[in-house]
Design a protein around this ligand. Structure first.
Ligand code: ADP
Ligand code: MG
Length: 327
């Protein structure tokens, strides 16, 4: 069982050398980051608790990857480019050993390398439940950060990637899915790739953005409510993977499951219709699948249309639209 100092030096210090070295990193009371003229800081924090945000038997590499990825997804939704991150780790005794920590550090290193961001500090505590809090810092050209609140009536709505695979991955953990399908869905659940390059590429094009973490419908409604608008969605346009579609048997429940499941880490974006071509270029340039799914309308309801008819309607008081931590 390594002492705290050894643990930090051995497993976390190496991550402080990824990408651009901060002015002061791990080892002092705080990290010091240089400010760049013309840039704003975007700071995001997300906590993951074992057994709540990921299953107890999740591999340590996946836990680490996910803890960082969900934060980078928030930066992506703001259009920010990641710069650095810190990690507050609460470690139970059954994980405070070399095998677990080495694999955890490996998962963290893989994603940090991908975006060339150093680990600049954190805190390490001991308790009976594994809890991880990552704080990520990103930069965006001054005044340009994407907000949830910027959408206007008639702006188009689009979503990146596919919706529902994260939720399917969770289902497959409980043995409900066969072979290959279970694998691709689990990959989405455990190794989501935050849409960072797309997020920064659509600065100046998108009017609003949000990342899908709680569930497509819930997060769409966070965007519409922040923009004080409603939305119309064409269900036929919603991007679902083969694995998700294979579970549809024509019932409403099947349709709503992927829309409310969460853990997608895709972006929902709003933009003026005349920016469509530029948005599609951003999608191609960053190799990010991108699908127009509807538009913003006056009011406060989110209407799902199917076969050119209204199928479902959700208002601000419908708490069922997504996963709720606090019932
Ligand atoms: P202090 O008591 O001053 O808060 P700590 O002993 O908690 O210092 O931390 C020592 C150094 O190690 C600090 O620079 C801190 O940022 C860093 N650190 C502690 N835990 C972690 C961690 N889990 N990941 C990265 N850096 C960490
Ligand atoms: Mg401390």
């Amino acid at each position: 069982m390594p002492a705290e100092f050894d643990l930090i030096e051995r497993y976390f210090q190496p991550l402080s050398h990824i990408g651009t070295t901060p002015l002061v990193g791990i080892g002092d009371d705080g990290a010091v980051l240089a400010s760049e003229p013309g840039q704003d800081w975007v700071v995001v924090t997300d906590t993951l608790i074992e057994g709540v945000h990921f299953p107890v038997d999740t591999r340590p590499e996946a836990i680490a990857w996910k803890a960082l990825a969900v934060n980078l997804s928030d930066l992506a939704a703001m259009g920010a480019t990641p710069v650095a991150f810190s990690l507050a780790l609460t470690l139970p005794d059954n994980k405070n050993h070399q095998a677990w920590l080495a694999r955890f550090a490996l998962g963290l290193t893989r994603l940090a390398r991908r975006f060339q961001i150093p680990l600049i500090g954190g805190d390490t505590t001991r308790h009976h439940t594994l809890v991880l809090t990552v704080t990520a810092h990103g930069q965006v050209p001054a005044g340009q950060a994407l907000r949830r609140s910027g959408a206007a009536v008639d702006d188009l709505l689009a979503v990146t990637g596919v919706i529902g695979d994260g939720g399917l991955g969770l289902a497959s953990k409980s043995g409900q899915l066969p072979g290959r399908r279970a694998m691709s869905a689990e990959l989405k659940l455990n190794r989501p790739m935050p849409r960072v390059s797309f997020g920064s590429r659509i600065l100046g094009l998108a009017s609003a953005a949000i990342d899908v973490s709680d569930g497509f419908l819930a997060d769409l409604m966070h965007l519409t409510q922040a923009s004080r608008l409603g939305a119309e969605i064409q269900c036929e346009s919603l991007p679902f993977s083969k694995a998700v579609k294979a579970r549809f048997d024509g019932t409403d429940i099947d349709w709503l499951t992927p829309l409310t499941a969460g853990d997608d880490y895709e972006l929902i974006v709003a933009f003026p219709a005349q920016k469509l071509a530029a948005m599609q270029q951003a999608s191609v340039a960053t190799q990010t699948p991108f699908q127009v799914i509807g538009k913003l309308v006056a009011g406060e309801q989110v209407v799902l249309n199917k076969d050119e008819k209204e199928w479902k309607r959700f208002g601000p008081t419908d708490v069922s639209a997504g996963y709720q931590h606090f019932h």
